[in-house]
Design a protein around this ligand. Structure first.
Ligand code: C2E
Ligand code: CA
Ligand code: CA
Ligand code: CA
Length: 279
């Protein structure tokens, strides 16, 4: 709980302290950034800890603006939400990812599942589920190739609506991961109500998993909780061999992190897929 409090506090002050002019500059530049082609999707491998094979990737948005340079998603995504731009950006991400999956299939490059992060505002829109279905149809790809990552805050705004939308996505075969698990306030309540396939252990618990008995205990609890609920577990932010070994030894299903690979631009990720490199 201490961890959560500190994180939220840091996030809040970061937002409050952000120079008003910097905010304004981001707002100005964000408008039209999709049309100007300033966004790219990078892909970070998600690796099976049992076989070492790549099972999937997380799609992570990158923004390179001529005036501002590269702006971190943790800065611009909350502002895109605030300015009502996140739906357009999120739809661009979904379209870009599905187009990329189609290209990988056409090139015979395996059956990986790509998980896209969804924002709350985007999720509250009735058309999001329809947009996902339409995009899968547009590129002729199976829903099994697509996953979405949500956080508690994604669904907090209108939980009933979120449950309905998630059930529809799950029904068509889109996988649902609960991101940053353990950092929020009522994770267990969400686990009961939402049709979740995967729990992602937050990086803050992974960092010291091999050296702190408390963090190890939390990781082990999340792993058994997930397995008891018939969910899979992905550990995020794995940076060292020790962290990976611990997680593997204790039955964590998948890992993602700099230890294997940073998020990669589409071309570099395509090359990695071609190498069929294992963990
Ligand atoms: P997240 O969903 O928790 O994504 C994981 C973040 O951890 C990413 O930061 C990733 O680059 C970083 N990461 C992965 N492995 C490691 C590691 O081993 N060490 C360290 N230090 N970091 C690692 P990134 O790409 O800056 O994204 C930050 C957040 O922005 C994401 O957190 C997600 O909440 C949001 N985001 C990114 N792309 C999108 C998007 O397309 N849509 C929405 N709505 N949110 C996005
Ligand atoms: Ca995520
Ligand atoms: Ca995460
Ligand atoms: Ca996280």
């Amino acid at each position: 709980a201490k961890e959560t409090g500190r994180d939220n506090y840091a996030f809040f002050t970061e937002r409050m302290d952000m120079d008003v002019r910097a905010k304004l500059a981001i707002q100005t530049q964000l408008r039209g950034a999709v049309a100007r082609g300033e966004f790219a999707v990078h892909y970070q491998p998600q690796m099976c800890l049992r076989t070492g094979a790549m099972l999937g990737a997380e799609a992570l948005l990158r923004w390179d603006n001529p005036v501002l340079g590269r702006v971190a998603p943790s800065l611009f995504i909350p502002l895109a939400e605030e300015y009502g731009l996140i739906t357009a950006i999120g739809e661009w991400v979904l379209d870009t990812v599905c187009a990329q999956i189609q290209r990988w299939h056409a090139a015979g490059l395996g059956e990986i599942k790509v998980a896209v992060n969804l924002s709350g505002n985007q999720f509250a829109q009735d058309r999001t589920v329809e947009f996902v279905e339409a995009t899968l149809r547009k590129y002729g790809i199976a829903a099994l190739c697509l996953g979405i990552e949500i956080t508690e805050s994604t669904v907090m705004g209108d939980p009933d609506k979120a449950v309905a939308a998630l059930k529809r996505l799950k029904d068509i075969g889109v996988g649902i991961s609960l991101d940053d698990f353990g950092t929020g306030y009522s994770s267990l309540g969400y686990l009961k109500r939402f049709p979740i396939d995967v729990l992602k252990i937050d990086k803050s618990f992974v960092d010291d998993v091999a050296t702190s008995t408390n963090d190890a205990a939390i990781a082990l609890s999340v792993i058994s909780l997930a397995h008891n609920l018939n969910m899979r577990v992905i550990a995020e932010g794995v940076e060292t061999r020790e962290q990976m070994a611990f997680l593997r030894e204790h039955g964590c299903d998948e890992m993602q992190g700099y230890f294997f690979s940073r998020p990669l631009a589409a071309d570099a990720f395509t090359a990695l897929l071609g190498e069929k490199k294992n963990l």
